[in-house]
Design a binder for this molecule. Structure first.
Ligand SMILES: [Zn+2]
Length: 327
């Protein structure tokens, strides 16, 4: 006999808001992406315009079924926020976003539960639920991209801090008088272990390098991928850049593991594609610095979900908040 009650709603709409693009996806409770869309953020148009278009994007994505077909909406935002209230305090990539009531604004337009998290936290949660950190209760998710992002999960729960800025491993100080960082400080990990840092070190190496030749002697063509190509061809300068990056990253990560006794580090982002250029050094240099008492092993794993980690992490949060079983 058919159950007369309405079928359980087990889909969410999740948004990864970036300074350049916003990506929206309809996600099932098993982590399957059912439909997706991508829009230019147009960060210069201000938050109201962005959030109005975000709400329209959600409606268009579920147009055939209506918003009542999804249990809730999740948004990953690149910035500091009051997570319970869903208020974005500040975002370095989104000019003019100060105390933006994102959750209330979307709830008024979409009439469903809305969950807001920091984007790096969302990516760490995504890997924990559907990716490389499944079954691991204490880990740090690290994104090596234009900057270095981090999301910390302790005892199976996200450790956000009061304004969701905990886990900002990219702003761990690594040099006493280092290069200026986007955060306003100097010598942060991000200035060495990001794509931006790798390119800067390549430029500092001068004009007469294999990296310059591979880039057609055009500064604009130098990116982390070109540096990794040079390293694979045996270029000592490029290998030296990845060595410096790996040793610096190892020092920070070993310190964090020693502090928190993490079980795993999940490393993703565009620079992780050059894993063959720095992964071995990272492991060796970490192993030298891990606290000697047992258990000293920490798993260093590559992220599995790529660009979808944040969207899938938000799906987990929406399902958690609305009581939908995950899996
Ligand atoms: Zn910084």
């Amino acid at each position: 006999m058919k159950n007369p009650r309405r079928a359980r709603v087990d889909k969410s709409v999740c948004i990864d808001l970036g300074g350049t693009n916003m990506r929206i996806a309809l996600v099932g409770a098993g982590g399957e992406i059912l439909r997706r869309a991508r829009f230019v953020t147009h960060a210069d148009r201000g938050w109201r315009d962005i959030v109005e278009r975000m709400a329209r994007g959600v409606k268009e994505l579920v147009a055939t079924e209506g918003t009542e077909s999804c249990t809730g909406v999740g948004v990953g935002v690149p910035g500091a926020l009051l997570h319970k209230e869903g208020v974005v305090i500040d975002s370095p990539n989104l000019p003019g976003w100060h105390k933006v009531p994102l959750r209330r604004f979307l709830r008024d337009r979409l009439h469903c539960p809305v969950v807001v998290e920091n984007d790096a936290d969302a990516a760490a949660l995504g890997e924990g639920c559907y990716g490389a950190a499944r079954g691991i209760r204490n880990y740090l998710g690290i994104t090596l991209g234009t900057g270095v992002g981090g999301g910390l999960v302790l005892d199976g729960k996200l450790w956000r801090g009061p304004e969701a800025t905990a886990g900002e491993v990219g702003h761990f100080p690594v040099e006493t008088a280092g290069f200026p960082c986007g955060c306003g400080s100097h010598g942060c990990l991000e200035t060495v272990a990001s794509a931006t840092g790798i390119v800067r070190m390549a430029l500092e190496a001068g004009r007469d390098t294999e990296i310059r030749r591979l880039s057609g002697d055009s500064v604009a063509n130098i990116d982390a991928e070109v540096v990794s190509r040079a390293a694979r061809q045996g270029d000592r300068v490029a290998q030296g850049i990845f060595h410096r990056m790996a040793v610096t990253l190892a020092m920070v990560l070993a310190g964090i593991v020693n502090l928190l006794q993490l079980e795993a580090l999940i490393i993703g982002g565009g620079v992780a594609a050059s894993w063959d250029c720095f992964g071995d050094t990272l492991r060796q240099e970490m192993q030298k610095r891990l606290f000697s008492g047992p258990p000293r092993d920490v798993r260093i794993l590559q992220a599995e979900l790529g660009d979808d980690a944040g969207i899938l992490g938000m799906a987990r949060r929406v399902f958690e908040e609305t009581g939908v079983p995950i899996g």
